[in-house]
Ligand binder design. Structure first.
Ligand code: NAG
Length: 361
C-alpha cells in the first residue's frame, strides 16, 4: 500500500484519492475474509508421501488393455474430493497405498464438484503423491441439489455426498468394478482383499450389513403406515448398511439403472417425508436385503461419535481392516482442537498436513 501513503492531503486530487483509499480498504477487507476462509478449508499445504512399490508378484496393469484407467487387474477406488474434506481424503489415500501389497495397481477415481478448481485439486494430489494414478471427474451437483430435502444433519445435505448415486454415470463406461470410500476413513489392511469381494450371481453391491441395528428407525411412520411404500421391503431380509464403504459392480448398476431408482425415492421424499437422514435411506430402499456381505472388519464405522456432547466411540468387537470416523466428529478437527478421542491417534499417522513447524524446518 505504499502508493497510498504517498498521497498528500494537499493534492488537488485528494477527494478522488480518498475514494480510491476507501475502495482499496474495501478490497483488502474482502481479500482478508477470503484468505481466512481458504485457510480454514482447503488451501492447506500437504507433505509428500513416501513412494510405495509393487511387490514382485503383482500383476501388471499396463499390459491388460488400451485404457489403463479401466484395467481389470487394477483395484479401482472412487472417492469424492473437495476442499473441506481434503485432509481426510489425503489420509485415506495414503493408508490405502501403505497397506497394499500392490500399491501401484491402485487407481483412484476422484469425483469433484464441477464448480471447484479441479486443476488446483490435481496439483495438490500430485504434489503429495507424484506417481499416483488418478483421474478427477467433474460432477455437476446442480442436478442433485434440487432433489435434496433438508435432513436433520445439514452436513449430509452437501451435494457431493450424493455423488455415490451417480458413479455409474460419472465414471468411464469401461470401468466394471469400483470400491467406493468416504473421505473420513483409513485402511489398515490390503484394499485388494475388499475389492475382490464376491458379488454372487446378482448382487450389485457389497457392504458390511448390520442386522442388529433398528431398521425401522431409518424411515418415518409415514413410510411404514403406507403399505404401497413399506411393501418395498416385503420378502427382503433388509438390514442396515453404511454407504461409506461399498464394492460396486458398475456394469450391473448400469444395466439395472439404479441411479434412476434412487432418484425416484429422492423425488418421493421431496413430496412426503419418508426418511430423516440424507443420502443413505434411498440406498437402503433400493438395495437392503439384496447386497453381498462383507466382513464387519471392513467398516468399523461411527468413530466420529457425537462431537457436540464430546462422546467418543469405541471399536466394535472383532478384527479391524478399516476405521471409519462417520458421525459428527472428525479426527483432524478434534486433534487440532487438542481434544482428541483415544482412537483418533490411529488416524494421526496418516495425516499429511504440513504443520507450520514442519514448514520452517
Ligand atoms: C425401533 O425404532 C422404532 C422407531 O424409531 C421404535 O418405535 C421401536 O420401538 C424400535 N425397536 C426396538 C426393538 O428398539
Amino acid at each position: 500500500m505504499p502508493q497510498l501513503a504517498l498521497i498528500s492531503p494537499q493534492d488537488h486530487l485528494h477527494r478522488h484519492h480518498h475514494h480510491l483509499l476507501f475502495l482499496f480498504l474495501l478490497i483488502s477487507a474482502t481479500n482478508a475474509t477470503r484468505a481466512a476462509a481458504i485457510t480454514s478449508t482447503g488451501y492447506q499445504r500437504f507433505k509428500e508421501a513416501p513412494q510405495f512399490y509393487n511387490s514382485p508378484t503383482c500383476p501388471s496393469i499396463e499390459t491388460s488393455g488400451i485404457n489403463e484407467m479401466c484395467s481389470d487387474e487394477a483395484v479401482h477406488v472412487a472417492m469424492t474430493l473437495d476442499v473441506a474434506y481434503l485432509r481426510g481424503s489425503m489420509a485415506a489415500i495414503l493408508s490405502a497405498l501403505q497397506h497394499s501389497s500392490c500399491p501401484q495397481n491402485i487407481l483412484f477415481h476422484f469425483i469433484a464438484s464441477a464448480t471447484t478448481n479441479n486443476h488446483h485439486l490435481r496439483r495438490i494430489i500430485s504434489r503429495s503423491f507424484p506417481s499416483l494414478k488418478f483421474q478427477i471427474y467433474p460432477y455437476d451437483s446442480s442436478a442433485v441439489s434440487g432433489l435434496i430435502s433438508t435432513s436433520i444433519r445439514s452436513a449430509l445435505d452437501c451435494p457431493l455426498n450424493y455423488a455415490r448415486n451417480y458413479l455409474a454415470n460419472v465414471l468411464p463406461p469401461c470401468l466394471h468394478r469400483v470400491v467406493y470410500l468416504d473421505s473420513d476413513l483409513v485402511l489398515v489392511d490390503d484394499i485388494a482383499k475388499l475389492a475382490a469381494t464376491p458379488l454372487g450371481d446378482h448382487s450389485v453391491l457389497a457392504a458390511p450389513e448390520y442386522c442388529n441395528a433398528n431398521f425401522t428407525s431409518y424411515f418415518t411412520p409415514t413410510f411404514w403406515s403406507n403399505p404401497t411404500l413399506s411393501l418395498t421391503f416385503a420378502g427382503r431380509k433388509a438390514c442396515y448398511f453404511n454407504t461409506g464403504v461399498m464394492v460396486i459392480d458398475l456394469q450391473r448398476w448400469r444395466e439395472g439403472d439404479y441411479t434412476t431408482k434412487i432418484i425416484e425415492w429422492m423425488e418421493l421424499q421431496k413430496r412426503m417425508r419418508i426418511y430423516e437422514l440424507g443420502s443413505l435411506p434411498p440406498f437402503l430402499l433400493v438395495f437392503a436385503g439384496n447386497i453381498a456381505p462383507v466382513d464387519h472388519r471392513w467398516n468399523q464405522h461411527g468413530l466420529g461419535g457425537d462431537n457436540y456432547r464430546g462422546l467418543c466411540r469405541d471399536l466394535h468387537p472383532g478384527p479391524v481392516s478399516l476405521l471409519h470416523w462417520s458421525g459428527k466428529g472428525k479426527p483432524w478437527v478434534r486433534l487440532d482442537a487438542n481434544r482428541p478421542c483415544p482412537l483418533d491417534a490411529l488416524w494421526a499417522p496418516y495425516d499429511l498436513l504440513q504443520t507450520p513447524f514442519a514448514m520452517e524446518s
